[in-house]
Write a protein that binds this ligand. Sequence first.
Ligand SMILES: Cc1cc2nc3c(=O)[nH]c(=O)nc-3n(C[C@H](O)[C@H](O)[C@H](O)COP(=O)(O)OP(=O)(O)OC[C@H]3O[C@@H](n4cnc5c(N)ncnc54)[C@H](O)[C@@H]3O)c2cc1C
Length: 356
Amino acid sequence: MKDCLAHARVALSNPEEVIARVCGHMVEHGGRAEERDGAHILHIHDAQARFTRDGDATLIEVTTKDLEGLYHMRSIIASHVLEFAEGPVPEIAWAGDGGDILRPPNFQILQVVGVRDVTPHMRRLTLSGADVARFAPTSALHLNILVQHPAASEPQWPTVGRNGLIQWADPEHRPLFRKYTVRSLDLAAGTLDIDFVLHADAGPGSTFAERAKPGDRVGIVGPGGGGLVEADWYLFAGDETALPAIARMLEHLPEGARGRAVIEVADAGDIQPLTVKADIEVEWLLRNGAPAGTTTLLADAVRGIAFPDDGSRVYAWAACEYQAFRAIRSCLREERRLQAHEHLAVAYWRRGEEGD
Ligand SMILES: Cc1cc2nc3c(=O)[nH]c(=O)nc-3n(C[C@H](O)[C@H](O)[C@H](O)COP(=O)(O)OP(=O)(O)OC[C@H]3O[C@@H](n4cnc5c(N)ncnc54)[C@H](O)[C@@H]3O)c2cc1C
């Protein structure tokens, strides 16, 4: 397949600094940077950005394997160039391939076709759309839901500007983004399920789920984020916001896998039956009246778990409120000495803060 190419000439008042900072930042996020024949070249997965001087301007050339990759690479480069540029905001106008990308390729509009409560605090929405199959791989489990602004006169859907970035017709009333997990898919029916925690101090995500009814349209962007990694022994730790991800990963684990799962929920009413072929011992931790994000239940449980010392490949996955995430991450890294490829610990929400 032919590579996709896009290029932009950008006037920067501090070009050397911008290029160094864009490359340095992306290297921190897993990219690789090199200098060759007077050019700075940044590699992100199989995409490339090449920075050279062109008279007074900086020439940025982006090469990717496909148009979706081109959309992402243009957007990553443009957003970081704008972030690190000093002085007047530089104009970025991409030329070359991708001129016909009018909407983000990972955006689609789904329709609510089912609403039911799985447990008292967990509402399942079934959404239907033309391309739910892109969410089938378990390597990327998450998506962003676009919750329409309450004051917007009509739903707003994202478009892509000449600078490669998302733009809104009415930026003041742009939708809010909230992250959720694809709990399950029915490819034959063309639907996917998302489980929403109905939480106290309801924000746009929780309120959207409370009010959703069949026929509503919802914009989503995805998939993204991490997913299931191959190992022999697993630890899964999470509160109810991570339950959809844990449940989906447990369903996909092969029979030979072993491990533990600790899941914190409000009370016994929020325990769900889980389907697990693998040899995973599941323990439910109940807050029994304590507000979410105020206990040390999850971190204490993780500290008490014995990891195998028989040479098994270990993988620990944890997602929860910020304070618990910090305690668990430090336990996994400092006490258990897990390497980067052996664990993923993420804050899924932070008590008292909005998650846009
Ligand atoms: C990768 C990823 C995947 C996620 N998957 C899911 C999922 O499948 N299902 C799911 O329900 N959530 C999921 N979450 C968590 C969800 O995005 C957050 O809980 C988000 O804050 C909810 O948005 P909101 O608009 O309801 O509340 P916000 O506007 O973000 O916050 C409003 C208030 O509610 C509080 N709050 C937020 N979440 C909770 C909570 N769970 N319990 C109590 N108080 C809370 C905040 O601290 C704040 O005070 C995921 C998060 C990430 C990063």
